[in-house]
Design a protein around this ligand. Sequence first.
Ligand code: C2O
Ligand code: CU
Ligand code: CU
Length: 442
Amino acid sequence: MANHCGRKPATTFASDDQMTDMADAGRVIRYRLEASEVEWEIGDGRTVRGYGFNGQVPGPVLEAKQGVPLEIEFTNRLPEPTVIHWHGLRIPAAMDGTEVVQRPVQPGETFTYRFTPPDAGTFWYHPHLNETEQLEKGLYGALVVRAADELALDGEQILVFDDLRVDNTGQIAKFGGLMDRHNGREGNVRLINGTSEPELRIAAGQIERWRIVNASSARYVRLSLGGAPFQIIGTDGGLIEAPISATEVLLPPADRVELAVGPFENEDAVLNIEDLPYYRMAGKKGVERFGTIRVTAPKPSTARVPARLREIAPLVNGEPNVTRTVTLGFKLSLRRGLDFVVNGERHHHDEPVKVGQLQVWDVVNATRMDHPFHLHGFFFQVLAINGKKPAWRSLEDVINVPPQATVRIAWYPDDRPGSWMYHCHILEHHASGMMAHFDVVR
Ligand code: C2O
Ligand code: CU
Ligand code: CU
């Protein structure tokens, strides 16, 4: 398959003598992305007919720099329209890549996205049209925005998790109707970076920065690295304030986490990258393997994970006034069998919010299953989950809302007016109506 772009920026405008921080602002990082049908090799010689960006699944890792303009010329060579969303990026509404802000890109058409990523972190891109099929078929990729003073450990790996349902002909299974719409579609093949159960490597003695994206349609990945401890250093909106030691972390669909992994002592040790049982009240699974880590020959380490990673100013001090309640619900429907709704309505049209007015939302899950709530274009801080303050502060664009729970979030609409949306990131729920659009107005 033709690879029009690869992993490096296609061009930049800087000449060598301009490579200073000041000149950085004048540079543009350019990429070309093309979506097309691909023969997707998922490992062990198995191939499925899917969709890819630049002939590959996942699409190329787009490397961007905080504050440096990015230009992505997107061409649609699929047999159907699509539109590309830059998940987690705080960019102008017109560039959000949803069907409410732009006309879908028709087969054969090109659309150029232009924006300047304001935050360093791990993001991803994916279609925002016919998502249940287009993402399942492989249209997704990671987008890394680096800060000028990026925390560098001994190495870095980007891991995009996905699960694929393959049928007994070896192809991506047809959509499973009502059950899948209710539960969300989980797969029987588990992939990291498009490959079924790959072996990753890390040198003994070293500490690496792992950027992890869960691109699954519905699977909650309760990630464990063979039970070995790691440090959580970042979430959706970049670094957290201080590293957290853990042996597992839950990633609902669309969630990201950054880990400091290692050091491992024993050369040749093999650890399972596994998804521990998580009962989200829809489907049940045991321990499932996504891949393995092989510890290779020792190498010297210069990595140091600082005790303080950054400061995150709290958006709210004291008891806030709740400005809005968003209720995630479920309804039986004579016509469609079932609907997922927001405030009683499919594709809810929510009230506008005003630039500069702090938002405090209670996101209420009125159903008996988990929903990963996602807000486009803005980070929120979680103030409380069922009245209980989270253990640490972070910036998020996805948060799990457990059954019958209330998650209180705060976010600040900065001056980016336009149409935005929020929705459940279980793709089948989003498609079945659990989404809302609203305007940010001046
Ligand atoms: Cu991953 Cu509407 O977004
Ligand atoms: Cu999004
Ligand atoms: Cu949902």
